[in-house]
Design a protein around this ligand. Structure first.
Ligand SMILES: [Zn+2]
Length: 224
């Protein structure tokens, strides 16, 4: 968490980002917050709702929205408990992820806990722009890890939430339902690599990176 805080304090006085590593497979849940506004956005609340709520209370911020990069269990398990605590909160995901979010077999919640589906989700279109915390959040469809995986790009902050599409040096697995290896290669090479080199990439697992670093070192970029 410390590294993220330092990096983002240098970049912007307005938004800060805290990372919580949650759940069975160490998923990165991000709390993006604006202290002055007392507001935050939660990206991928994959588990540990109590820890997420505690962090928000410590920062004295209330959630404006939950954004999901995709529908796998390890990115959504805390959603119902957060909605209990904040009943007016809206949940957003890319429109092609509805199939996973409404099928407890496909989203694999059935494997790890009681089966769970999310029925009340606001579905987004590719290229749609959201306005949260005083900045633009652009929806970028990046199929491959799942058919409805997306990334959220904040051009004003030079930040990308890359979910399980782009990792430090690697990409997400494509052997789960609706996954497709040709699509993830296309998503990374032809879509995400159009972003500026200094874009900070905050992935769904493991460590932070940048587009410039991945352009050079990512395994997908080195494939023939
Ligand atoms: Zn996943």
């Amino acid at each position: 968490m410390g590294v993220f805080q330092i990096l983002f304090q240098e970049r912007t006085a307005m938004l800060k980002i805290s990372r919580l590593v949650v759940g069975y497979v160490a998923t990165n849940c991000y709390i993006v917050y604006n202290e002055q506004a007392g507001a935050c956005v939660i990206v991928d609340p994959g588990d540990n709702a109590a820890g997420i709520i505690k962090t928000m209370k410590e920062k004295k911020v209330s959630p404006e929205a939950i954004l999901l990069t995709h529908g796998h269990f390890d990115h959504i398990l805390a959603v119902p408990e957060l909605l209990e605590e904040y009943p007016d909160l809206s949940v957003y995901a890319y429109e092609k992820e509805q199939r996973l979010l409404t099928d407890a077999g496909l989203n694999e919640t059935r494997m790890v806990r009681k089966p769970m589906v999310l029925n009340d989700v606001h579905y987004l279109k590719d290229g749609e722009e959201l306005d949260f915390l005083g900045t633009k959040w652009q929806v970028i469809s990046t199929p491959g890890h799942t058919a409805g995986s997306c990334c959220y790009y904040l051009p004003g902050e030079a930040v990308l939430f890359s979910g399980d599409t782009l990792f430090d040096g690697d990409c997400g697995r494509t052997d789960l339902p609706t996954g497709n290896s040709a699509e993830i290669i296309h998503s990374i090479r032809e879509i995400l690599m159009k972003l500026p080199d200094d874009t900070q990439v905050l992935p769904g697992h493991e460590t932070l990176t940048t587009i410039g670093r991945e352009r050079v070192q990512n395994i997908v970029m080195r494939m023939a």
